[in-house]
Design a binder for this molecule. Structure first.
Ligand code: ATP
Length: 780
């Protein structure tokens, strides 16, 4: 019958077993073959991936992804890595290091016939989320014909969902902080079988910022694994290798471009322009205006500068789409921005160094460094975002006159060819007046400008290369002016050591973003946010740079702090908020106090007054009668002698006399009963007075409405009442309050006279008055 589906022939069980066995035998033979090819393999003169002794699935994946010819680092490192050697791979930016580690990774698991049941076999660590995403994408492309389960664990997503699947993964691409979090929390997450560990941007992962995290991760990994380290600026530090249980003799150091005349791509043109600090934004704006048909990456040294630049330049409409990327953005925003910039033809992306390493944005025309990088390695990574693989690109470094000699020396030592350019007078633009008007009009922008100013100054202060970064040479006032500020905000600095610690800590947080504002997925964090209501003050205190504060906020905290500051003889500091109830760990607290004077001369995050109210509501509540009573110690009765000295009453009575009134327990009970009765009486009075007040208030309200209807009272007086209430919490408002209050009282008297049928009640002054009032009210 046409159209009828023919049923698949049912195989006999014996036949099925035979087929399975045959397949197994074929696989074993293929693997043996592969092993033989690898051991016989002579890496000389190989140029294409097809010549490599690799599995069919990997070869297919490469073919389908259109990778055919190998780059230098791939040629040199893949054959060795396939033989199981530990590799320290160094090659210029954009030269294909990702494939150099992903191919051996897939092959190792394939040759070990890795299955889902074997658990985690390969681990790739990346310093940033964006880079991890990119590596994972390449892995998915070239590993599409394999049957391994691979996962991306980077934070910014639901931690529980990640935890649920992490134990089922064979290959994991992740950021260090997030991995450690899962190692601590995910039951059943085992790394004891791990065969291969990869550190991309190894020097960054092994530096101070990640030190503790990496050491904790390494402790859980088996020692007999293969380790591959890659970077454009590779570490050769013996200590670093020892931390990874790598012997420098056993690991192969492969530097694809060691003999090259430059350490940056040959198709990259590099320039610098000497720009005094206060002229930087003008220069950048002028640059953008003359490069509207380009894809530009602009690096600044902090997320605050990036935010300020982005917000301020947006209002100037330079004529090129603007975007910004930094570690304090939410993960979704970060992904959105990277995707949009990758897809854009012409755009300008303001970013911090989270975009400096590894990111492979296609067709970037220019990399502009608004602020000089902290070292030559960072310079190399930043400029490496352009001129990738076989494309061309250009880079521009804005360098201040005082930074120039030091920076030139560092770049020369690293074989970075860079030429000087000057800007044509006709192309110079100034945006200072616009920024000043903007800051004047828009407090948000002004606040961002203040933060940008302070974070820039701090970044200069904490840099370790003092030949480049000379804090004393900063033209503070002019710089502030160039940002549109009326004057330079004051800054308080930490000791160098503490500042560096904080920088590393915060850098790791930003890079890994496990616990910054933007990532709400962290278990600890979400638990914390559930417990407490976060107010705007909380958010302010949680900011990393606590000394970046608006003038308004400074005024709010100034008085309180002045007292403490004087105690501490800390004349130069402008800000002395020391602690707050923010859940800093004990160790953090301890370090604050242990280090004593050193810490006092410091700036630092999250160290604020623990007693400070964190919201208007709490501030008001803390001042309420109830709250003050609650916190007051029990009252003690004192009697003053003839000389005016206070004595406790028991001092006037000996034990005999005391016992005459009965035993202590009875006396106590009697006293409590007596007091209870008294309180009950007082309570009746209080309630009556309160009721009367409510009544009076209602009546006044009605009266006001009535007068307003008649046109006797104008709107301003209504405002006056609101102003008076608000004045309890707002200093600024208090200045206006007396005048308004006077006005209000006048109206009050008039209103009282008009209303004649209500009972006139004199304000009770003594307890007797109160009792009389309550009795009269009760009798009514
Ligand atoms: N063999 C190859 N053939 C063609 N294109 C390649 C090859 N290898 C890599 N590429 C491409 O070159 C670009 C850069 O590769 P990759 O990101 O791996 O560089 P990298 O050396 O890791 O750079 P960075 O040091 O900046 O991290 C990518 O777009 C990649 O697809």
């Amino acid at each position: 019958m046409s159209g009828a589906r023919s049923r698949p022939k049912k195989q006999s069980p014996t036949k099925r077993v035979n087929e399975k066995q045959l397949k197994r035998e074929r696989d074993v033979k293929e693997l043996e073959d592969l092993e033989r090819r690898i051991s016989d393999f002579d890496p000389k003169d190989v140029t294409t991936f097809t010549e490599l002794p690799i599995s069919k699935p990997t070869a297919n994946g490469l073919k389908l992804s259109h990778f055919a010819t190998m780059t230098e680092i791939q040629k040199q490192s893949i054959p060795l890595a396939l033989k199981g050697t530990d590799i320290l791979g160094a090659a210029k930016t954009g030269s294909g290091k990702t494939l150099a580690f992903l191919i051996p990774l897939l092959e190792t698991l394939y040759r070990d016939r890795w299955t889902q049941q074997d658990g985690l076999g390969a681990l790739v660590l990346s310093p940033t989320r964006e880079l991890a995403i990119q590596i994972f994408d390449v892995l998915r492309k070239i590993g599409r014909a394999h049957s391994f389960s691979a996962g991306l664990v980077i934070g910014g997503k639901d931690a529980q969902a990640e935890r649920d699947r992490i134990s089922r993964l064979n290959i994991l691409v992740c950021t260090p902080g997030r991995l450690l979090q899962h190692m601590d929390q995910a039951a059943g997450f085992e790394m004891g079988n791990l065969k291969i560990l990869v550190l991309d941007e190894a020097d960054r992962i092994l530096d101070m910022g990640f030190r503790k995290t990496i050491d904790a991760i390494i402790q859980h990994l088996p020692k007999n694994r293969q380790t591959l380290l890659f970077s454009a600026t590779q570490t050769k530090s013996v200590t670093d290798l020892a931390r990874l249980s790598l012997s420098p003799n056993a690991a192969e150091y492969i530097s694809a471009h060691e003999k090259a005349s430059s350490s940056t791509p040959t198709n990259l043109q590099q320039y610098y322009v000497i720009t005094p600090l206060p002229e930087k934004l003008d220069t950048l704006f002028g640059f953008l205006k003359t490069h509207l048909k380009a894809k530009v990456l602009v690096f600044a040294s902090s997320s605050k500068q990036v935010r300020f630049m982005f917000e301020a330049f947006k209002t100037l409409h330079p004529g090129i789409p603007l975007m910004h990327l930094h570690g304090r953005q939410k993960q979704t925003a970060r992904i959105d921005v990277t995707d949009r910039f990758a897809e854009s033809r012409y755009a300008c992306l303001f970013c911090t160094d989270i975009a400096a390493r590894g990111l492979d944005f296609p067709s970037v025309d220019w990399v502009v460094q608004l602020d000089v990088p902290e070292d030559a390695d960072t310079y190399i990574h930043r400029v490496g975002r352009t001129a990738r693989f076989d494309s061309t690109g250009r880079a521009l470094l804005l360098v201040t006159p005082s930074e120039l000699p030091g920076m030139q020396a560092r770049l020369e030592a690293k074989r970075v060819p860079i030429d000087k350019i000057t800007i044509k007078e006709s192309k110079k633009k100034t945006i200072r007046a616009h920024l000043q008007a903007l800051c004047f009009k828009n407090p948000e922008i002004k606040y961002l400008a203040q933060k940008a100013f302070i974070s820039y100054c701090k970044s200069i202060f904490i840099q370790k290369d003092k030949e480049i970064f000379k804090f004393a040479d900063l033209p503070a006032e002019e710089f502030a002016e160039s940002l549109g500020l009326p004057g330079a905000p004051r800054i308080k600095f930490l000791s160098n050591q503490r500042a560096k610690e904080l920088k590393n800590k915060s850098q790791q947080k930003l890079d890994d973003s496990e616990s910054d504002d933007s990532s709400s997925e962290g278990q600890g964090k979400s638990a914390k946010t559930k417990e407490t209501v976060r107010t705007k003050y909380d958010r302010m205190f949680e900011r990393q740079n606590q000394s970046v504060l608006s003038q308004h906020y400074m005024n709010l905290i100034k008085d309180d702090n002045n007292v403490r500051q004087q105690d501490e003889n800390d004349d130069d500091g402008f800000m002395s908020v020391k602690r707050r109830d923010h859940g800093l760990s004990d160790s953090d607290d301890a370090s604050e106090t242990e280090t004593g004077q050193r810490e006092r001369n410091s700036f630092g995050p999250g160290i604020v007054d623990s007693n400070a109210p964190v919201s208007n509501r709490q501030a008001k509540a803390a001042l309420s009668k109830k709250a003050t009573l609650k916190n007051r110690p029990n009252a003690t009765k004192l009697v003053f002698d003839d000389d005016g000295k206070p004595h406790a009453i028991y001092e006037f009575e000996d034990e005999e006399g005391f016992k005459k009134h009965g035993d202590a327990e009875t006396q106590k009970t009697e006293f409590i009963n007596r007091e209870e009765q008294r309180m009950r009486k007082v309570d009746v009075v209080d309630k009556a007075v309160a009721k009367e007040k409510r009544k009076e208030k209602k009546w006044k309200q009605r009266e006001r409405e009535r007068l307003a209807e008649q046109g006797d009272i104008d709107d301003e007086e209504y405002d006056g009442e609101e102003m008076e209430e608000a004045s309890e919490v707002d200093d600024a408002h208090q200045r206006h309050a007396p005048e308004k209050r006077k006005k209000w009282f006048e109206e009050e008297g008039r209103a009282k006279r008009v209303k004649t049928d209500d009972i006139e009640i004199d304000q009770p002054k003594t307890l007797d008055d109160l009792e009389a009032l309550s009795l009269s009210l009760l009798h009514k």
